[in-house]
Write a protein of this length. Sequence first.
Lengths: 331, 331
Amino acid sequence: MSAERRLRVSYQDLFDTLLAALARTGMEPDRAALCAKLVADATRDGVASHGVNRFPRFMTMIRSGVVDVRARPALVAAHGALERWDGRRGPGNLNAHDSMARAIVLAAEHGVGCVALANTNHWMRGGTYGWQAADAGVIGICWTNTCPNMVPWRSSDARIGNNPLVIAVPRPSGHVVLDMAVSQFSVGAVTMHRLRGEPLPIDGGLDEAGRPTRDPAAIEATKKLLPIGLWKGSGLAVMLDLVGAILAGGLATHQIDSDPERETSLSQVFIACRVDAREAATIADAVIAYLHESTGAVRYPGERTLEARTKNVAEGIPIDERVWDEVRKLR
Amino acid sequence: MSAERRLRVSYQDLFDTLLAALARTGMEPDRAALCAKLVADATRDGVASHGVNRFPRFMTMIRSGVVDVRARPALVAAHGALERWDGRRGPGNLNAHDSMARAIVLAAEHGVGCVALANTNHWMRGGTYGWQAADAGVIGICWTNTCPNMVPWRSSDARIGNNPLVIAVPRPSGHVVLDMAVSQFSVGAVTMHRLRGEPLPIDGGLDEAGRPTRDPAAIEATKKLLPIGLWKGSGLAVMLDLVGAILAGGLATHQIDSDPERETSLSQVFIACRVDAREAATIADAVIAYLHESTGAVRYPGERTLEARTKNVAEGIPIDERVWDEVRKLR
């Protein structure tokens, strides 16, 4: 067990440090600024696992040539409200941000817009693109496939991805944003538990012997996550992979390298839908009020994100000391 | 424990019996024929829980005026590829079938089509509309909200719905169709276990004392299902309800009557996406081949449906004797 030591870093310090590191890679200045902002925002929002904690690996993948910092997505085919784009192995968060932005434009024109993206890289925090859609006043739905890191129902082989899914609804008093892998715990959540020296609260994967376990290090070793709802999450993962790969004309999970530093050419889908802002707010407020009246401390999806954002802006952003040392060396 | 006695009934006998019952309700002949076909098809496909087993309740809801057999959905608003329809409390399976048919037409024109449907009734087997989309050569995604029948994470109140979700991919050698409630077990699956006198294989809901239980009768009594993946299925259910109610301008789960015979005015979403048939088949075949090579008997979503269909067409459709007696009295 290794206890985590956490520092509190200001948003500006975090952003500047990330930007300085990116500037050394040859990334164009406007793209580097957006990339640094997306990583800093995720960390500020309490999702360091998919923000600054992933940044050293992102830089490694730039150096090794897996991520091409100068690539921008290219339109491959358009059918009205449905478009297919090639991510050209550019930075995953920039490609995803561009794709949701394009889906939002399509939704303004067609009511609904769908952008399918092939050949992209890890999008870091998926919720980013949900908040992006909700900030633009539309419903956003997006998902990505991953390398094989989860076991299908009835098997102990890692043959499906945990394919994170994001659904976002705009709401003036706080967007409602679900950001979840279809495994019981995301890869980042497993790592965070290991860093904190804590077991998972329930079984999250299989150990070397194929037994369900709460030990995060054992799951990181096997890369065998368990799906939510066992047979149900297993089926959902297969469908998200299939729909993503087919719409994008890209790779499916079984074709994606399981080495985290070579996991690339992912397929993703970004959907945006127009809503009437006032009507949406009325409905969302009523649903959330009903949830909040439950026995127990029920939260709506995205509620803790807003709380973390407020706290971290005021007090500084918590970052693991070892991670921060590593990131500062990248400048 | 009450053991189930099952008969084998021919498709034609089942269809004729359902049609005769519907003809007595004043439903127009073409609508009655489609309605009987959808119920018979679901039963033939091995999903009696959402087919013939629900038919007596459907007839009760027609007699009580909850379901209006002559209502057809009406267009409320159109924004290109996104349309909003009013189901006018018509038969839920006909409304859903019409809505997916309309989404398929929109997808042919715009690449993607999205139909949101308010004021509808229980759609019986959700997978029906996935098979419908796949038969038309498109990807289909649809979901419905329900009455509050599931507990949100951290609460023991039934304040969210188990909102079934369907995702379908066309494939010449067998469509890939996921049809799942976001509870660990659907209401129909719980009932089927009770009819067979069997406990659930894992906890599926809360008992009167708020404890997790495998006893289907206890869960039917409390109407407190557990979500897949606990906090994850809880969040997913909230989002499906919100997006459905907002796009349709319809009711959300908390506004829907929990009495199964008065559960009405549901909100549903139907999405269709164009695909290149040959490319889609190549990708789906490769994903499924990889799954089938796993250790363990891994099935793809929809695989058992095709097996059941083949067997039941050959041997007759298995129907609980008590259900069949009840349905025959409705003619």
